[in-house]
Design a binder for this molecule. Structure first.
Ligand SMILES: NC(=O)c1ccc[n+]([C@@H]2O[C@H](COP(=O)([O-])OP(=O)(O)OC[C@H]3O[C@@H](n4cnc5c(N)ncnc54)[C@H](O)[C@@H]3O)[C@@H](O)[C@H]2O)c1
Length: 363
């Protein structure tokens, strides 16, 4: 029996969800059944390209289609409602990062997955980057010793908040859109929890363009075993920057240091009208398959296919318990969101936020 999948949100990143499942469907290992998106024009384009049935209301898709799973790529602040509806309807769920932009929302989604006994996976695709996995393995095997400090940067060209999704950029921030990837990645790599966050944010450029959000947020996150990591995030790099995204990570431990340029993997070009370009060709590469169709590869696709693998495993009689620890789960989504919430609070209130203390107060 092949698993039947529906996607909600077919925009810039939802396209990759559709492409990944479509490729899995071509192997006869899944069915990409339907897409729900509010945007009728975009919906029609995706219907034509992927041959899926389109719905403007995701609730109609849930009611009318016999789906096993739903994959959600709506804007950051709109994941919660769709995830809850899908889980209550008994579907397994993949949610784009961040799981939700509130801790309460993450907890509610996680509780629904638990109650209905369904897989809840978060698309933290940085974990699937081979260079990041290699770094993680070196840390886990003890080669770097105890991690002391580190540095992460992730920066987008200004076109992302101003031209890709100006309609909801103000509901997001460099920490929600970019930082969340690396809060999760570092936490997963060093197998430790954040206990203290201090952050500084700047609002100048985008607010002057009428988009009410941070240009950049720098945060220092301290973890329980002593590691202190700085995360620099921004989405106002000029149009002339060599790639849409600039990103990297460097960690220093008692036994050595290790850094990954997560953007520039060695491929570069300079073409008339384009200027210099470098490529993160580990992420998503569009090439042609042997039969001449579009083929998408890279960790941005693999993380989505991992969800399809997990669905297949469950369909063949595997259990959620057996999958535990093998994919980014709801708890991971909550932990990353806790850091991001603290980052925003720290930037707004100009003080350090102690995550342990908060947890103790809540108890
Ligand atoms: N763009 C990227 O590079 C990127 C990368 C990684 C992850 N993401 C994540 O993917 C998610 C989507 O981002 P995006 O860049 O694709 O945004 P987008 O604005 O391009 O697409 C979002 C789509 O969701 C649709 N939508 C909104 N509310 C809906 C609803 N209730 N029902 C059905 N459809 C609805 C919109 O019509 C739109 O087509 C976000 O959580 C984002 O953080 C984006």
């Amino acid at each position: 029996m092949t698993v039947r999948i529906g996607v909600v949100g077919g925009g810039t990143f939802g396209f990759n969800h559709l492409a990944a499942f479509n490729q899995r469907a071509a192997e006869g290992r899944a069915e990409l059944v339907a897409l729900a998106d509010l945007n009728e024009k975009l919906l029609a384009e995706r219907e034509a390209y992927f041959g899926v049935k389109g719905y403007t209301d995701y609730r109609d898709m849930l009611d009318e289609e016999e789906l096993d799973a739903v994959s959600i790529a709506t804007p950051d602040h709109l994941h919660r409602e769709v995830a809850l509806a899908a889980l209550v309807a008994g579907k397994h769920v993949l949610v784009e990062k961040p799981l939700d932009v509130t801790e309460e929302g993450c907890r509610e989604i996680e509780a629904a997955a638990h109650k209905h006994g369904r897989l809840l996976q978060v698309d933290f695709h940085k974990r699937y980057d081979a260079d990041h996995r290699h770094l993680a393995e070196r840390i886990h095997s003890g080669d770097l010793g105890e991690i002391l400090y580190g540095y992460v940067h992730m920066e987008d060209r200004i076109e992302v908040p101003s031209r890709w999704f100006p309609g909801w950029a103000a509901e997001s921030s460099p920490a929600w859109f970019l930082g969340i990837h690396f809060y999760d990645l570092v936490r997963w790599m060093i197998r430790d929890e954040a206990i203290r966050v201090s952050a500084t944010g700047w609002k100048q450029k985008l607010t002057s363009m009428g988009i009410e959000t941070y240009d950049a947020i720098q945060s220092k996150v301290e973890f329980s075993r002593g590691a202190s990591i700085t995360f620099d995030t921004a989405w106002i790099l000029p149009d002339g920057f060599e790639a849409v995204v600039n990103q990297g990570v460097r960690l220093v431990g008692t036994e050595g240091c290790y850094s990954v340029d997560s953007q520039d993997r060695g491929t570069e070009s300079c073409l008339t009208g384009e200027g210099m370009r470098t490529y993160n060709n580990h992420f998503i590469m569009k090439t042609k398959s042997k039969s001449g169709g579009d083929r998408y590869t890279g960790y941005g696709i693999e993380s989505i296919l991992d969800f399809a693998d997990n669905l297949e495993f469950l369909a063949k009689g595997g259990s959620l318990d057996e999958l535990e620890g093998r994919y980014p789960c709801g708890e991971d989504g909550l932990a990353a969101t806790r850091i991001a919430v603290a980052v925003h609070r720290s930037a707004a209130e100009n003080r350090a936020i102690d995550l342990h203390q908060e947890r103790e107060i809540r108890r």
